[in-house]
Design a protein around this ligand. Structure first.
Ligand code: ADP
Ligand code: MG
Length: 680
């Protein structure tokens, strides 16, 4: 049995289905059997007809009282079958399935699974599933329902799964060591694999699931902790001079740092002075003032004789950082430079030379900094901003340009602390949990589409007062072309019909970086009144004069993302507004809008997001750069996650490299993780 065997060799999989399976990420037998059900339908236990309540989805075990009869109804045909059990009778109906007329035999027993209508004691079931005599593919058991089976029906996938499981039946190699299986009462891999797909009882799948969740979370934890230890065990890092005080630069700032900023700087300072190198994650809500923290750290590095690199995800942001740094650092004789892909070849060559000679103290830039020909004289500190845009790999790559430089990773994605501690197991964590004083709350309103006119009136009033507005277009999932269309349509509408008297512009991710920068620059200078945008403006741009943001079809965004977007306003002295235009009446939609209107606290929002969407969605969107899980749900499985973290620490304490015989299997799991998830 070969787990890496191509799915095309599995019984029931033809060329057509191979493609559909591939679309679901299923390429091998192993992929197939680890494609877990989303939920289950319990068709195992029959219910007495007399006990069926209107709307129930139930299995009934009945005797056919007659043959199937057929009537014509407005161009359709309807098939009817009267059945009964000991408690009552039920009429089963189908549409346009004439072949059923000869299907069922009078007096024989059948099982049907479907939705019950109970109209004052008159019981009917419409279009149920059933099995031919002597088979039990559809009824009499618990049926798994798989996610995303677009074009591939549940039935077909289920049959393929059955053949896949038949091939491996009992032959899987155990992937967890015996001592873990025993100590934590986990089910063996063969049993668990069978039960996760086809549980005999509902509780069986819980038991199976627990094993896989444990395995998935444990291997992630082990991988992260090993990563962390590998930084630690490295040769010594830089021990920055205790006599260089950050207060020298703090005193030059035009404002007082918040308590949270000071606390975080203290943590960073300690790390920098220590002999080991720093690997720290700085979490702070949008607008909490992370940039200035990075600047203080960079100041210290430079005054200790090292260079610092600041990496931002976009050229706009990098430029903005440069401006901010220069405002304060110029008079302290610190030389900052900008490296983005847009600069001329000549300028770049000259810049690189100065960098290598140590004539530049702080290099601020985009991905361009990672390029091979960028050589520092002695890089001592690396800061990456908006971490979720960069993977671990890029982080490591830039750190390799120095000799164990200190690393600070900044992110505006607030995730609950407990989660952060666990998921960023490879980093120490600092949190800025306080906004600078006098920040006005961004007033947020959720409105129905019908209110468009009033909203437009409101925008107009703000613009008349000299402000600017952002309009964010609806997110069209995973389809950039449609996104593009929606931004252009929106632009036409606003510029031509709604606000012909104002300057409207649009910006989207497909534009060349230079073009984007140019538009943002003009918006910053106030030459554009209304900027229509896709989510490209999500990341830290600062335009203090814009005080209003309208988000179209807000129901399509995740809460965390809405929060990020909203953070673009409220950066100046003006009262700011965020207007969420939504469609749809769903309970969750309303609940989510309510959360946005009631709080500006990113941590509260992310916790709610997690709760309302389930972590699958929350993390699946990749906006967090967190590892994706196949089966674990970070919200529901938090208790397992916590215990697994402790277990992982214990294991590594005793066997840091997982070399002992008893941990060989764990070593394999971790290697597998590293291989697959470079972005871990
Ligand atoms: P973010 O954490 O989102 O990156 P920034 O660093 O861009 O936030 O800071 C947002 C704004 O707040 C900037 O204009 C910055 O100068 C200002 N700021 C930062 N810290 C303080 C403070 N302690 N008091 C007043 N304003 C501050
Ligand atoms: Mg920022």
């Amino acid at each position: 049995m070969d787990l890496n065997k191509d799915v095309k060799y599995i019984k029931g999989v033809g060329p057509n289905r191979v493609q559909l399976l591939n679309k679901l990420g299923i390429f091998t037998l192993k992929d197939l059997i680890t494609y877990y059900p989303r939920t289950y339908e319990d068709r195992s236990k029959p219910k007495a007809i007399a006990e069926c309540v209107n709307g129930d989805e139930v299995l009934i075990e009945v005797i056919a009282c007659g043959r199937v009869s057929e009537v014509r109804l407005k161009g359709k045909t309807m098939q009817r079958l009267l059945v009964r059990d000991e408690t009552g009778s039920c009429t089963i109906t189908w549409f346009n399935q004439s072949y059923l007329k000869s299907k069922f035999e009078v007096g024989q027993k059948y099982k049907f699974y479907g939705k019950i209508t109970n109209n004052f004691g008159k019981v009917t079931m419409t279009s149920p599933v059933y099995d031919d005599k002597g088979t039990n593919f559809n009824t009499g058991k618990i049926i798994p329902l798989y996610p995303l089976t677009y074009q591939l029906s549940q039935n077909v996938l289920r049959r393929i799964m059955e053949s896949g499981l038949a091939e491996i039946e009992g032959k899987l190699q155990e992937t967890l060591p015996d001592y873990l299986l025993e100590n934590y009462h986990l089910e063996g891999i063969n049993e668990a694999t069978k039960e996760i797909h086809f549980p005999k009882e509902l509780k069986d799948f819980e038991i199976a699931r627990k094993r896989f969740v444990f395995e998935e979370l444990l291997s992630t934890q082990l991988a992260l902790l090993q990563l962390k230890n590998s930084y630690r065990n490295d040769e010594k890092g830089i021990s920055f001079d205790k006599n260089v005080k950050m207060s020298d630069v703090i005193n030059k700032l035009p404002f007082q740092l918040t308590k949270a900023q000071l606390r975080v700087l203290e943590e960073i300072d300690c790390n920098m002075e220590a002999e080991t190198s720093m690997n720290r994650l700085l979490q702070g809500d949008v607008g909490s003032g992370k940039t200035v923290v990075a600047m203080c750290a960079a100041y210290k590095a430079v005054k200790c004789g090292y260079q610092a690199a600041i990496m931002a995800p976009t050229a706009i942001l990098a430029t903005q950082h440069l401006e901010n740094f220069e405002k304060t650092l110029k008079e302290l004789d610190i030389r900052c430079e900008l490296l983005i892909s847009g600069i001329s070849k000549k300028k770049k060559e000259e810049l690189l030379e100065r960098l290598a000679n140590g004539e530049i103290d702080i290099l601020i830039g985009t991905h361009a900094i990672i390029e091979e020909n960028v050589v520092f004289k002695n890089l001592g500190l690396v800061v990456t901003d908006e971490q979720h845009r960069f993977g671990v790999k890029q982080r490591t790559k830039i750190a390799e340009k120095g000799k164990n430089p200190d690393v600070l990773v900044m992110t505006a994605t607030p995730i609950p602390r407990t989660l952060a501690l666990i998921l960023y197991g490879d980093l120490d964590i600092s949190i800025i949990d306080e906004l600078p004083p006098n920040r006005k709350k961004i007033e947020t309103f959720a409105v129905n589409k019908k209110m468009t006119e009033r909203v437009n009136g409101f925008i107009e009033k703000q613009i008349k007062d000299g402000r600017q507005a952002y309009i964010v277009c609806p997110l069209v999932e995973e389809n950039e072309e449609l996104d593009l269309k929606s931004v252009e349509e929106l632009y036409e509408n606003y510029q031509k019909e709604v606000f012909p008297q104002y300057k409207v512009e649009y910006i989207h991710g497909k534009m060349r970086p230079k073009q984007k920068d140019e538009i943002m620059e003009r918006f910053k200078l106030g030459k554009i009144d209304i900027l229509i945008s896709t989510t490209v403006i999500e990341v830290g741009v600062d335009v203090p004069n814009s005080n209003i943001m309208v988000i179209e079809n807000a129901e399509r965004f995740g809460l965390a993302q809405l929060h990020q977007l909203r953070g673009r306003v409220g950066r100046g002295d003006y009262q700011s507004y965020c207007i969420l235009k939504y469609e749809g009446k769903g309970e969750t939609v309303r609940e989510r809008m309510k959360v946005m209107c009631s709080t500006n606290d990113g941590f509260v929002i992310s916790e709610k997001d997690l709760e309302l969407r389930g972590s699958g969605d929350f993390f699946g969107t990749m906006q967090h750069g967190l590892p994706e899980f196949k089966i674990a749900n970070l919200f529901e499985d938090m208790p397992i996650l916590k215990s697994v973290q402790a277990i992982a620490m214990q294991i590594l304490e005793e066997d840091p490299k997982l070399e002992k015989q008893k941990n060989i299997l764990l070593n394999d799991l971790v290697k597998d993780k590293f291989m697959k998830r470079i972005e871990l």
